[in-house]
Design a protein around this ligand. Structure first.
Ligand SMILES: C[S@@+](CC[C@H](N)C(=O)[O-])C[C@H]1O[C@@H](n2cnc3c(N)ncnc32)[C@H](O)[C@@H]1O
Length: 281
């Protein structure tokens, strides 16, 4: 075999392992100013092996801060909030089912990390909402943790459902049949679908995770406000980027708290979870 032939073979084998991944992933790292020589192994791992291009998932290292924040926001015992966090952290059955779906996709990593969505799970377990609204389903990771919490609430005699909204027709593909028992999906632009679907509804818990602009988040909050239960809670997944929920809380007399997740082994600096709790919650 000639040297060139061996190089071709080696090149093809390499391309098979990493595909065309490095270039787009390197562009993402550059966009986040995260091309790091100091953290060369992390950079290389993301460039070669990570399949995510947005809505990144990762382990978080500051669960204690999340528990403290939620416990203060809900005026709930930290031990109880911590027990809900432990519940989702040890949910191997859910992780196994989600990972079976993830493995079939080329645009997703094989491992499941809930990140700040652990906070969504915990809020759903603590509040026991009858109706939860989530805007921005994407793959359905957040919807899955909310649905799982609703399933456990139902097991304790307090059923509920989540309606999740997205413009993308295949959004929610992570949800299996069991989770779909607790989750309805609505497709289309929320500017049109949210007011329509909420007609006559009473919303206990609202999670904003769709278009992350101040104006759009305020629009959604105003639509949901007209349907808010007496014991209403709103979560923003955009709270590190805009003050939409903080302003809404101040104007409506809700108590606002903020948590910034700390990703482990990932270049993404982490998103903020804002939470507004009505006085009667
Ligand atoms: C950040 S992702 C949602 C992540 C998801 N909640 C999770 O837990 O992984 C944002 C999603 O919002 C959707 N979206 C953005 N603007 C929208 C709009 N005006 N109407 C409906 N969906 C929208 C996008 O299609 C995208 O799937």
């Amino acid at each position: 075999m000639s040297g060139g032939g061996f190089r071709d073979l080696r090149g093809r084998a390499w391309a098979k392992v990493v595909g065309t991944r490095p270039l787009p992933q390197l562009r993402i790292l550059r966009a986040y100013d995260a091309l790091s020589i100091r953290d060369f192994r992390r950079t290389l791992r993301f460039a070669l092996f990570d399949r995510e291009t947005s809505n990144f998932t990762y382990e978080i290292g500051n669960r204690g801060e999340l528990i403290d924040m939620l416990s203060a926001a809900f005026d709930a015992p930290a031990a109880q909030i911590g027990s809900f966090v432990a519940e989702i952290d040890t949910d191997t059955d859910l992780v196994k089912r989600l990972e079976a779906k993830l493995r079939r996709r080329r645009d997703a990593n094989n491992r499941t990390y809930f990140g700040r969505r652990i906070g969504w799970y915990t809020a759903t377990r603590w509040l026991k909402p009858r109706l939860t609204i989530e805007t921005g389903t994407a793959d359905g990771l957040g919807t899955a943790v909310i649905a799982r919490a609703l399933q456990r609430n139902a097991g304790e005699g307090i059923p509920g459902k989540v309606i999740s909204f997205d413009a993308t027709p295949d959004a929610g593909w992570l949800l299996d049949e069991e989770l779909r028992d607790w989750a309805d999906l609505v497709f289309g632009d929320v500017s049109e679908t949210l007011p329509r679907e909420l007609d006559g509804a009473i919303v206990d818990l609202f999670v904003h995770d769709s278009l992350h602009t101040y104006e759009h988040e305020r629009f959604e909050l105003e639509v949901v406000k007209a349907h808010a239960a007496a014991r209403f809670v709103a979560i923003s997944d955009n709270a590190h980027a805009t003050t939409a929920l903080a302003d809404f809380a101040a104007e409506t007399g809700m108590t606002y708290s903020f948590f910034r997740e700390r990703p482990v082994g990932h270049f993404y600096p982490g998103a903020g979870l804002g939470i507004a709790v009505g006085k009667r919650s």
